[in-house]
Design a protein around this ligand. Structure first.
Ligand code: ADP
Ligand code: MG
Length: 401
């Protein structure tokens, strides 16, 4: 689907996205920058991507008319939200190219299938998931091996930002946690001694071309990504190379098309060194990859456009060390660094002062109201050296309180 060309209906090439959140918005922006017409399907009339797409179909993900209109208007379709029902993607795929495929998305939607996939890929890459057990029945709960405790019980489906998981130390706590989660299908993972967390983006084309991005070092607060740093040595170089190789193996083995992000733990190996463990994957561009917008020659969103449109995917180059700061709605309630009650009027953070610092790029998602915990935007910081980037980041964090 060449940019600027007409399709067989005599119309401009059109790319569609299931989901209207910020990831969809930034995909739309990248697609529009390359001349594509864009269509978003999302029920919310004020969805960040719906507000800026050429066309917004305001229906739910399973609405037959909405899906028919999306297929009719688009030359290819992607998704920005991993919990889009796989059946909806299958319906679309009967009419138009859809990437990633329903099958790939279905694996990422289910921690049990995801872990099984990672274990198969470990035979190629040597990077394993944490020791774990599937818990779908009372029998499986009773049979859990002692060495998985202390552990984390995670629902197999619909978990994100640390939600749908409970930390347990004993068998009694494990049983209570499973009750609390409603006895749904879960995975119990052994609690690992984390030294740090990182993630890797890969873009893969339908022809098997693969472009892997530099490794991202991630810091979370309260289960939500807070800061991503990317530079030479952000992750020990031997582990970074293994994480990239593992990510490519995971994408290849799935026959994945599009941008995929795989999260890893760097753990204490008990021998004074570090080891790498694969945690989970997202079948879409990822919050930890936003730095690519300002620090790389091809952003993760442009890579998604290229993979979907069948365009070349040369290896992306980071031309600057980078640091990304997530901007949560809480910032709108703490003028001068003093946290106000959430019921008070939101106040815009001091963007003019932030943007006066060199190498800062503000990305806001156009959400109409700020709420504590809501992802409102992010700030990318680039600079000639890592020391400059970190110096600017320290000033930014002081300004934002
Ligand atoms: P989510 O879908 O909410 O991102 P994750 O599986 O990534 O779920 O878990 C959220 C966070 O919990 C991780 O980023 C990590 O900090 C911590 N965590 C998850 N699994 C483990 C584990 N096995 N050992 C130690 N910490 C873990
Ligand atoms: Mg995670």
């Amino acid at each position: 689907l060449l940019p600027g060309a007409l399709n067989d209906r005599g119309q401009s090439m059109t790319l569609g996205v299931m989901g209207g959140g910020q990831l969809g918005r930034m995909f739309v922006q990248a697609a529009q920058a390359m001349g594509y017409v864009t269509v978003v399907l999302d029920a919310d009339p004020a969805s960040p991507a719906g507000l800026i797409a050429h066309h917004h179909i305001r229906t739910g993900y399973e609405d037959p008319q909405g899906l028919a209109e999306l297929a009719q208007r688009c030359d290819a379709i992607t998704t920005e939200f991993e919990n889009v029902p796989a059946a909806a993607l299958r319906t679309l795929a009967a009419q138009r190219p859809v990437a990633p495929s329903a099958d790939c998305v279905a694996v990422a939607q289910d921690r049990i299938a995801e872990k099984a996939h990672f274990s198969q890929c470990a035979a190629i890459s040597g990077v394993h998931p944490a020791p774990n057990a599937t818990i779908e029945t009372a029998g499986q709960l009773a049979a859990v091996a002692d060495n998985l405790l202390p552990g984390i019980l995670k629902t197999a489906r619909l978990g994100y930002d640390g939600k749908g998981q409970i930390r347990v130390k004993t068998r009694a706590e494990l049983a209570a946690a499973w009750e609390q989660l409603g006895r749904v299908a879960c995975v119990l993972e052994k609690m690992l001694p984390l030294q740090s967390e990182c993630s890797v983006l890969v873009a893969r084309g339908a022809d098997g071309q693969v472009a892997v991005f530099p490794v991202q070092n991630n810091t979370h607060h309260d289960g939500i990504l807070a800061i991503t740093e990317v530079h030479e040595g952000a992750v020990p170089v031997d582990l970074a190379a293994r994480a990239q190789a593992s990510t490519v193996a995971i994408a290849n083995h799935l026959g994945y098309v599009g941008v995929l992000c795989v999260e890893y733990f760097v753990v204490d190996n008990g021998r004074g060194g570090s080891d790498l463990v694969v945690n989970e994957m997202a079948p879409r561009p990822h919050n930890s990859g936003h730095y690519t917008q300002n620090a790389c020659d091809v952003s993760q969103f442009e890579a998604q456009v290229r993979a979907l449109a069948g365009l070349p995917l040369p290896t992306p180059r980071a031309h600057s060390p980078a640091l990304m700061v997530n901007l949560l709605g809480d910032l709108w309630f703490q003028p001068n660094g003093v946290r106000a009650e959430a019921s008070e009027q939101p106040v815009s953070p001091p963007w003019a002062q932030v943007l006066a610092l060199p190498g800062t790029n503000l990305h806001l998602y156009g959400k109409l109201s700020a709420r504590p915990g809501r992802k409102m935007g992010h700030l990318n910081i680039t600079g000639a050296t890592l020391a400059k980037v970190r110096g600017t980041a320290a000033q930014v964090l002081t300004l934002l309180g």
